[in-house]
Write a protein that binds this ligand. Sequence first.
Ligand SMILES: CC(C)(COP(=O)(O)OP(=O)(O)OC[C@H]1O[C@@H](n2cnc3c(N)ncnc32)[C@H](O)[C@@H]1OP(=O)(O)O)[C@@H](O)C(=O)NCCC(=O)NCCS
Length: 291
Amino acid sequence: MLTIRPMTPADVGQAEEVAAAAFSGLRQAQHLPSEERTDESIARSRARMTHLVGTDPGGSWVAVDGDQVLGVALALTRGGVWVLSLLVVSPSYQDRGTGRRLLERALAYGDPAGPGIILASPDPRALHRYVSAGFSLHPSVTAWGTPRRRPRPAPGIVTVGPDGLAAALDEIDTIDTKVRGASRRPDMEANLSVPGARMLLDPGRGYALVRRGLVLTVAALDEEAAGRLVATALAEAPEGEPAELGWITGTQQWAVRAAAEAGLELRVRGAVMVRGWARPPDAYLPSGAFG
Ligand SMILES: CC(C)(COP(=O)(O)OP(=O)(O)OC[C@H]1O[C@@H](n2cnc3c(N)ncnc32)[C@H](O)[C@@H]1OP(=O)(O)O)[C@@H](O)C(=O)NCCC(=O)NCCS
């Protein structure tokens, strides 16, 4: 019989497999090219889960039949902002109400009247679930590809290395609190420990977390600073590797322009779902994993 119980670190291995199978099934159903599963991507996914089970045990749930994990929900709360990091059900168990039960547990973690954000896949069942839970839907695009025209790095943007990290984390806390209502320090620290990750800082104005050509999140006090950070990230993306900039809604025209100027492909994909906010904050691209 299927039951929902708190997730523990011992579930992480199976949970990663469920997530990989669920997203692979979705890509197949939507005729999207499959994504390569590598030792590195498995390790990253497991690290993200282990991190959240540690920081937010109350938001971490699995659906199990005996000792078999069949579904996972991971939610986090930071300073009153609730974020759904992951909701997946094993393909052969989908469409039987398991996602609903997992989401109910994840939603019960945190203040149901407080702000919340979900970076939703294009799965119609996911979109239906989140709208039914009271979130408003903002369709999003992902900008992807090898830059056809490389922008110039913006002057005054600094790359933060290990030496400057402590001071930079104080600064990004201040920026995050102003932009999105709460800092996400433990998550930024965890992200920065991933090989290849670095932080671009526009002092006093904003920051972007990047890993190779992938822009993981941007938060800035104004749109010009956000655009400068994205241009710099794209300028510095490794030659011959795809760059990616995700979760861009109609609110972030500055990001659409930056992506178009660099000649990236704009692909409509998924939605940013918010609660307690009229719309996603302007000079902000959320992190898919941590809001
Ligand atoms: C999204 C997912 C977690 C939902 O879990 P699930 O167990 O399949 O979902 P449930 O059975 O609880 O709910 C599905 C709901 O979608 C509805 N639904 C099914 N197909 C639908 C469709 N094509 N269009 C609209 N609604 C649909 C069902 O009627 C049900 O709603 P109801 O409870 O109001 O009747 C799961 O399908 C999954 O793992 N998908 C792939 C990974 C993914 O995209 N995860 C979301 C990341 S944000």
